[in-house]
Design a binder for this molecule. Structure first.
Ligand SMILES: [Zn+2]
Length: 487
């Protein structure tokens, strides 16, 4: 048996769709990924969080827990304590609605320092605590134990640093857009503009390999998601090829594929997948007769609800605590009347979830006789047909809505989630607060398999116990990393 390599690179390719990765490999466009798949283990059904959007999934990948613990509930959410919306960057027009400075502050600072609880450890924090040398390229969750001042090296960062000045706590080596750079390198992120971010990661990553500056590197390749949003999931082969070239740069910096893999274990994971979008499902129109809290917060006293679209998922918050009991069923009814809404979810009781759609209603609660594919136990009542689910040998399975109960429960039990959660039908997307959508392109966010099941490949690192039978989830990644460095 070959000894496991001392170092580990976690490569997150945003939105990596398994069928597209396979096509890229088969057509010779992804030689580095091909090597990792061939020499390691490939999983074509690694399940995202719900909502299957980047902030929720990034927090799960970095911590190993779901949002009932990490509390990052969506791309856009309502902060009950602060009485305002939080927007992590659905689109530039959405960011403008809430204020670009506020959006940047929420995304760069508050997500890591306030929204993610201090006692929920990231892999950087776990590894920093044991003096493993950590490093990260631009990724939404970067929290570690090392202090980094805002970089002042370029005109662009001088401009940005008028918006963002505070230092952050990150991994030992942190390269976050052009805002934080723990060393002078020739690499420029140009403020992390979409489409050129992979190149910055590749440049920084190669520098880190060449100079032996890490034991663990989180290597983030986000451009595949941007490309797939604009051009549709079928166009991913091109952006996967770009991502592959960045992985090749790491390998090259180590002296070639064999030298690299002798020294580095590798995990490649998609945070979520991507599905084609044909139509809008306009949440704002559906709730046009309601008093909806405006992005500016104006009319807060009269506001009945807050609306939070997150691409193919959405959340509705009932803002009148005294009327919640009567408000929630009306919200569900209004939402289900909207074309494009597949499922609505809420909590009829503190330890009970409800999922409803045209096929009926299903109630569930944690604990009970029924097992899911990951071994969690549940009690279920009502129509399994809601999830196209069936019970086989005491195990609840659904091809259409993978890991549905655990994902829905984590979303419902998350203290920052809305009171009603929505999942869109295949082909539909909820336009964001800026009116932006991806009709004609791709998107993600729902409980459905099409945008939930991403690719996972790993080599030189052990799978967690119990995954031989499948049921892979992005929650498995952080435990694999921690075990690698614990052993
Ligand atoms: Zn996306």
């Amino acid at each position: 048996m070959t000894p496991s390599p001392p170092k580990l690179v976690l490569t997150v390719i945003d939105g990596l769709k398994p069928s597209m990765l396979e096509r890229a490999i088969d057509t010779g466009r992804a030689p580095a990924l091909k090597t990792i798949v061939e020499r390691g283990t490939y999983v074509d059904r690694c399940c995202a969080a719900f909502p299957s959007v980047t902030p929720v999934c990034a927090a799960t990948i970095a911590t190993g827990v779901r949002q009932d613990e990490h509390r990052i509930p969506a791309m856009n959410w309502y902060h009950r304590e602060e009485g305002r919306y939080v927007e992590y960057g659905s689109s530039f027009s959405a960011a403008r609605k809430f204020g670009v400075v506020q959006q940047l502050t929420d995304t760069v600072y508050n997500m890591n320092l306030e929204h993610l609880p201090a006692d929920v450890l990231t892999v950087f924090e776990t590894l920093d605590d044991q003096d493993t040398r950590t490093a990260g390229t631009t990724y939404l969750i970067y929290r570690g134990r090392h202090r980094h001042e805002v970089s002042k090296s370029t005109a662009l960062t001088r401009l940005a640093s008028t918006l963002v000045r505070r230092p952050v706590m990150g991994p030992r080596e942190l390269f976050y857009a052009d805002l934080f750079a723990s060393r002078e390198t020739p690499c420029r992120a140009q403020l992390g503009l979409p489409g050129i971010r992979d190149q910055h990661s590749g440049c920084v990553g190669a520098y880190l390999v060449e100079n032996d500056l890490f034991d663990f590197l989180l290597f983030s390749l986000p451009d595949n998601d941007t490309h797939s949003h604009g051009n549709g999931p079928h166009a991913q082969v091109d952006s996967i090829a770009t991502a592959d070239r960045q992985i090749e740069r790491l390998m090259h910096a180590a002296g070639g594929v064999d030298a690299f893999l002798a020294e580095h274990a590798v995990i490649v994971v998609a945070d979520h997948s991507h599905a084609a979008i044909e139509r809008r499902s306009d949440l704002f129109e559906a709730f046009s007769d309601w008093h909806v809290l405006a992005p500016s917060g104006s009319g807060r006293d009269e506001a009945e609800i807050a609306l939070c679209p997150s691409q193919r998922a959405a959340m509705v918050y009932a803002l009148l605590p005294e009327g919640r009991e009567t408000l929630v069923p009306r919200i569900v009814e209004t939402a289900l009347a909207l074309e494009g809404v597949d499922l609505a979810m809420w909590r009829p009781a503190p330890r009970e979830g409800a999922i409803v759609g045209v096929r009926g209603e299903l109630r569930f609660s944690p604990g009970g006789d029924l097992r899911d594919e990951r071994g969690r136990r549940w009690s279920v009542q009502g129509a399994l047909e809601v999830l196209h689910a069936r019970v086989e040998d005491g195990v609840l399975r659904s091809e259409d809505y993978p890991d549905a109960l655990a994902r829905a429960w984590a979303a419902l039990a998350c203290p920052t989630s809305g009171d009603v959660l929505l999942s869109a039908l295949p082909g539909y997307e909820f336009p964001d607060w800026g009116g932006a959508d991806h009709v004609g392109g791709g998107s993600h966010g729902s409980l459905h398999h099409s945008d939930s099941l991403g690719a996972l490949a790993f080599c030189g690192v052990e799978p967690p116990p119990g995954r031989e039978a499948g049921g892979w989830s992005i929650t498995d990644v952080a435990p694999m990393i921690r075990a690698h460095f614990a052993g």
